[in-house]
Design a protein around this ligand. Structure first.
Ligand code: CA
Length: 228
């Protein structure tokens, strides 16, 4: 079965170019040319990945992303942002996008990012069915379900991967560089802000007092630690 990708992009030329390339790479591609159609398709059909432009007629890509996460879908989302719109990138990551690519981008880079996201997608069956528990939070690694006080918490694919990485290394201080390499597959220090944004989001969703976290701790000058 080929992986299914939903491409939400209003610029027809780009939609065609990207779609053709992805099909050549062996993916099945479905399209939407506005935010409302994108959201409807994302919620009705099973996709393995969503490529989502930010600037769309009607509902923006950010609004679509937020609504998809609120609906509880963990499908990986790769946002396509316009050059120079750093605020969109940060906002996208905050509301549950997994990665972003700045336009104009090289097709090769797009394909590489898509492959990386699909490879890491947590909805693939994982080795062991393990449940982690801390405070009132319960995390089923295999089912990729997290609950807090019994209610399901909507996490993005990347948030889930990051959380899992922490849970499997209790008490260990993890540097931003290590997290970037192991969870995102990036090397170097270029995107360490991405780690901070995702940790902040996990705290928001899982900690009783996100500003005074009990479990996901900042280790000054070093990184982060999960303290069960
Ligand atoms: Ca656009």
């Amino acid at each position: 079965m080929p992986d299914n990708i939903l491409l939400v992009e209003d610029e027809e030329a780009l939609r065609m170019t990207v779609g053709d390339r992805l099909r050549k790479e062996g993916y099945a591609v479905d399209y939407a040319d506005n935010g409302d159609e994108g959201l409807t398709k994302a919620c009705q059909l099973p996709f393995d990945l969503i490529l989502l432009d930010v600037m769309l007629p009607g509902r923006s890509g950010l609004e679509v992303c937020e609504a998809v996460r609120q609906a509880g879908l963990i499908t990986p989302i790769l946002m396509l942002t316009a050059l120079g719109r750093t605020a969109d990138k940060v906002a996208g990551l905050r509301i549950g996008a997994d990665d972003y690519l700045t336009k104009p981008f090289a097709m090769q880079e797009l394909v590489a990012r898509v492959e990386a996201l699909l490879r890491r997608a947590p909805n693939r069956p994982s080795a062991a069915g393990v449940t982690h528990q801390f405070g009132s939070v319960s995390v089923d690694v295999r089912g990729t379900v997290a609950t807090r006080d019994g209610a399901r918490v909507a996490l993005s694919a990347r948030e889930f991967q990051l959380l899992r990485y922490f849970l499997e290394r209790p008490g260990a201080t993890l540097s931003r560089e290590e997290l970037l390499t192991q969870v995102w597959g990036y090397s170097g220090k270029m995107f360490t802000r991405t780690v901070d944004v995702h940790v902040a989001s996990l705290r928001q969703k899982l900690e009783t007092e996100p500003k005074h976290p009990r479990f996901l701790l900042t280790i000054q000058g070093l990184g982060y630690k999960f303290q069960p």
